[in-house]
Design a protein around this ligand. Structure first.
Ligand SMILES: Cc1cc2nc3c(=O)[nH]c(=O)nc-3n(C[C@H](O)[C@H](O)[C@H](O)COP(=O)(O)OP(=O)(O)OC[C@H]3O[C@@H](n4cnc5c(N)ncnc54)[C@H](O)[C@@H]3O)c2cc1C
Length: 384
């Protein structure tokens, strides 16, 4: 009987996506990972060092709603591999998980270092080359990759270089790249909040979503702002946002009538932090120590307007969040059933290098695991 020879598969980039693809393929193909850095270095800071590796959402269409870029593309990917399969794969790797009360899934060890060690230990039959990929060429039916030290020829090459890399290595092949922009970041405002830095306000509303915000030296940050930065990642700056700082109704006139001798800042500090109230009152030229009985109807309306409609001008981003890249390999160039390039046979894209990015909560790693599986499965099946 003639034994089918194993495919030689190269993986450029040993981050979460590249390493999981290697794990899935190592029993079926000869695998070489090429990474100029230590593999899985990029998993260490995830989830604040705890590795938020997935999200407790088992309906794949609901799961896909958490990706401002890539939702439709991910339907097919997630229908094959999503949260349940992720939990099971990590169990196979010896990593038990638990669900936090906000539905984020973490390893029981609460340690991305532990996840990294176990993932690296699972790679038994994989060659690792600490080299930088410089150029990719198609030579007959092989894919050649030139690094800073060597040249390699592979039957298949998986590109898993993430979103923070130079995309030229891919664009030189004629693959279209959607211009990268940072997402899940703090926002820089034209307003100066230096004196308010550190003040957090809970459960405010912006663009129809609720969450917490935090003032910083450069502007504004916090979970809600990361989400806004994601939704608006492709918007041209400057742009304006309006925040409802207190989403319930405030019966201000009634309160003013009931507390005529109270200072207006103290009255409002029942709703918002005092320092911040002082800032708001200054913006609308009301003396912060003014007694409530001196606040007239026009001033009352100004107060309500600035609380429910606090306008900010966004002039830039401050990379203080998860920092993922919106942009990358144009999804119209990739077959969502296999992750193979539609232009170049044998070339695959997985993980954050794709024009896919999700909100905070485990969604970006889920994209890595799922696209790695779909790609590995397609390569396995192509060799049968
Ligand atoms: C601070 C922080 C916290 C995060 N926390 C979470 C979280 O809790 N949950 C979540 O879901 N997501 C989180 N993310 C996002 C998540 O880490 C990324 O989406 C994920 O790492 C992307 O994986 P990847 O394998 O596609 O690419 P990367 O992780 O970027 O890996 C790419 C690899 O390719 C290598 N490489 C690049 N170019 C070349 C080249 N030319 N030659 C050789 N090697 C190359 C790099 O060295 C790197 O090792 C976080 C991100 C950050 C920055």
């Amino acid at each position: 009987m003639v034994q089918e020879s194993k495919l030689n598969v190269g993986i450029l980039g040993g981050g979460p996506a590249g390493c999981l693809a290697a794990y899935f393929l190592q029993d079926y193909c000869n695998i070489t990972i090429i990474d100029y850095s230590s593999i899985l270095r990029t998993i260490l800071p995830t989830g604040g060092g705890r590795c938020n590796l997935a999200h407790y959402e088992f309906d794949f269409k609901e799961l896909a709603k958490n990706y401002p870029r890539g939702e439709k593309f991910l339907y097919s990917v997630f229908s094959k591999y999503s949260t349940a399969e992720t939990i099971s794969t990590f169990e196979d790797l010896g990593i038990k998980t638990y669900v936090q009360n906000d539905n984020r899934i973490f390893p029981e060890s609460n340690s991305s270092k532990d996840v990294r060690t176990k993932m690296i230990n699972s790679l038994k039959d994989v060659q690792i080359k600490k080299e930088k990929g410089l150029r990719i060429e198609v030579v007959n039916d092989k894919i050649k990759i030139v690094t800073d030290m060597n040249s390699y020829y592979f039957d298949k090459l998986i590109i898993a270089i993430g979103g923070h890399s130079a995309f030229e290595i891919v664009s030189r092949l004629g693959v279209n790249i959607i211009a990268p922009a940072p997402s899940l970041v703090g926002l820089v405002t034209s307003q100066n909040f230096k004196e308010l830095a550190g003040i957090a306000i809970k459960d405010v509303e912006c663009c129809g979503i609720f969450g917490d915000i935090l003032f910083t030296h450069k502007g504004i940050s916090g979970p809600l702002i990361y989400k806004i930065s994601s939704l608006k990642a492709r918007d041209k700056k400057p742009y304006s946002i309006s925040i409802n700082l207190y989403s319930k109704e405030i019966a201000l006139q009634e309160l003013l009538n009931k507390n005529p001798h109270k200072q207006i800042n103290n009255l409002l500090s029942e709703y918002l932090p005092l320092n911040f109230v002082n800032y708001l009152l200054e913006q609308i030229s009301i003396i912060k120590t003014e007694k409530c009985h001196n606040i007239n109807g026009k001033q009352r309306d100004l107060i309500l307007d600035i609380i429910h409609n606090f306008k900010l001008d966004i002039i830039g981003v401050n990379k203080d969040g998860e920092v993922v890249t919106s942009g990358g390999v144009d999804l119209s160039e990739v077959n969502s059933k296999t992750m193979e390039s539609k232009r170049i046979k044998g070339l695959y894209f997985i993980g954050e290098v794709l024009d896919i990015d999700g909100f905070c909560g485990g969604f970006n790693l889920q994209n890595c695991w799922s696209t790695a599986f779909v790609c590995a499965n397609a390569i396995k099946n192509s060799n049968i």
